[in-house]
Design a binder for this molecule. Structure first.
Ligand SMILES: Cc1cc2nc3c(=O)[nH]c(=O)nc-3n(C[C@H](O)[C@H](O)[C@H](O)COP(=O)(O)OP(=O)(O)OC[C@H]3O[C@@H](n4cnc5c(N)ncnc54)[C@H](O)[C@@H]3O)c2cc1C
Length: 463
């Protein structure tokens, strides 16, 4: 008896999961058994071991997937170990002759997968690597010069022009099949995966989020019914709760960009003009996500190093105390502190406030963007290497298509514009424990940031 395996990674769902569909189809065709597994390895994740908030989400998402699969008579096995050791061993031990997984675009994981794929092909194993994103393949979309896009708008136009949902996978929901789903001897309990830290901080996340495939679909429906029409005008208002809140679900693949596109397509084609144009604005954000993956794929060092090498380590002035004040939401600037509190309380921060918090840290406080990105990495439930690195470098002025360094947000003016009645700030700040003074004065620190930039450019003879 041969067996077909599915390695679940960032595709923790059943519906519209092309890796799973392929394996179930093959198992039926060849009358083979099926092995579904999730492999956890902090060694493989290195140097980007999942942070505490994201690990909590993963644990919940796996719980939900395991349950949903079991309702369909399928077993999700949980295994620990590096892919390069564990997968060849499983293949041999359980007589697996085909394996399917969703492609990774994060450089360290893509590299690992490529090496593994070469090894498996040598063993004569049938491989199926899928992609449920909107971007067919990062190598396919290039400028006319044959170089990778570095600016979002032409990338967006190019991708949007040819954007099609894949009808074969978008809506398909796996029905119970007459295939046997194998339980591995070494399958662990979720607790034994040790995803949670003993810190009680993770537990409060449950008050704000419900990970899992069903919940992601409910959220999407609620967004379409109640929020989409006002998305273009209200998505920048942090108190409005006007966005989809799907980022963590997209990161873990509880829902795919292809599935969302499939649901949005009729609104774009047949909705009234305001609905159609609001949907386009939302779709554009999904394409930002594809752009982030594309950038990380073509510029694999961009999660660690400034893409614009004028912003090397000598540009920033690391200061432990400043970092801590920012992390704890004790800078004295209300909108920044409210954002940092929202992050600490819920594992999420509104996009506009992420931009302000990142700008304040890198410009007013002169801290390296990598340190801010690392704090977000640990505390965001939606921590995503591509989106986080691109977001930080965009704000710091050191990335592709970045805001120029000298365009420095004034958090107080921004607060008046986007939180005019102060609802967001009041919600997240405890007025009794507010610092009496601000860590730095906004106007002075802005001037210093500009001066630092000019001195650095001059000293290093940069243009
Ligand atoms: C400094 C900084 C760090 C960030 N770190 C992350 C991160 O670790 N993980 C993450 O998913 N997003 C990150 N973002 C992007 C953005 O803030 C979040 O995706 C968004 O706030 C999630 O809320 P939502 O799902 O309601 O978004 P919506 O407005 O409903 O947008 C829908 C989806 O589009 C994608 N998207 C939206 N905005 C962006 C963007 N600017 N860049 C890339 N994709 C986008 C997300 O997948 C999002 O779920 C960061 C932005 C900044 C400025």
């Amino acid at each position: 008896m041969t067996r077909t395996a599915v390695w679940f990674q960032h595709n923790l769902r059943i519906a519209g999961n092309s890796a799973l569909e392929w394996a179930l189809h093959r198992a039926q065709q060849y009358n083979s058994e099926i092995i579904l597994f999730y492999l956890y390895s902090s060694i493989d994740e290195a140097p980007w071991q999942r942070g505490a908030a994201s690990s909590w989400w993963l644990q919940q998402s796996l719980t939900s997937l395991k349950h949903d699969l079991s309702q369909r008579g399928l077993v999700l096995n949980l295994v620990r170990g590096s892919a390069s050791d564990t997968i060849p061993r499983l293949i041999e031990q359980y007589n697996i002759d085909a394996i399917s997984w969703q492609r990774n675009y994060e450089p360290h994981l893509a590299h690992r997968d490529q090496q593994l794929a070469e090894q498996l092909v040598q063993y004569g194993i049938t491989l199926n690597m899928t992609n449920d994103g909107l971007l067919p393949d990062p190598g396919q979309l290039m400028t006319q010069k044959g170089t990778p896009y570095r600016v979002f708008t032409p990338f967006y136009r190019q991708l949007r022009k040819g954007l099609l949902y894949k009808t074969d996978q978008a809506e398909s929901t796996t029905k119970p099949h007459a295939v046997v789903s194998v339980t591995l001897y070494e399958s662990l309990t979720l607790e034994a995966l040790n995803l949670l830290t003993p810190h009680p901080w993770q537990h409060k996340l449950a008050r704000h989020h419900q990970p899992g495939e069903q919940s992601a679909h409910q959220q999407l429906q609620r967004f379409i019914n109640e929020r989409l029409i006002d998305y273009p005008t209200r998505r920048d208002i942090p108190a409005a709760e006007a966005t989809s809140t799907l980022s963590a679900s997209l990161h873990f693949g509880e829902i795919s960009a292809q599935q969302i596109l499939h649901i949005l397509q009729p609104i774009i084609e047949h909705g009234n003009p305001p609905q159609a144009s609001a949907t386009e604005v939302f779709l554009r954000q999904l394409i930002w996500r594809e752009f982030a993956r594309y950038i990380l794929w073509h510029f694999p060092n961009s999660a660690e190093e400034s893409m614009d090498n004028r912003f090397d380590t000598s540009f920033w002035n690391f200061d432990e105390q400043r970092m801590q004040c920012w992390q704890r939401g004790e800078t004295g600037v209300s909108i920044i502190d409210a954002g940092m509190q929202q992050l600490w309380q819920t594992g999420i921060m509104h996009n506009r406030v992420r931009m302000l918090a990142a700008s304040y840290l890198t410009k007013n406080l002169a801290q390296p963007w990598q340190h801010g990105a690392s704090w977000f990495w640990n505390t965001l439930v939606d921590a995503d290497l591509a989106n986080n690195s691109m977001g930080w470098q965009w704000v710091a002025g050191s990335g592709v298509d970045a805001a120029p360094y000298f365009r420095i947000f004034n958090p107080e003016i921004q607060a008046k514009k986007f939180d005019a009645d102060g609802h967001y700030q009041h919600k997240w700040l405890n007025d009794f424990s507010r610092p009496a003074t601000t860590l730095v004065e906004i106007a002075d620190s802005r001037r210093e940031a500009m001066q630092r930039y000019q001195d650095h450019i001059k000293r290093n003879h940069y243009k």
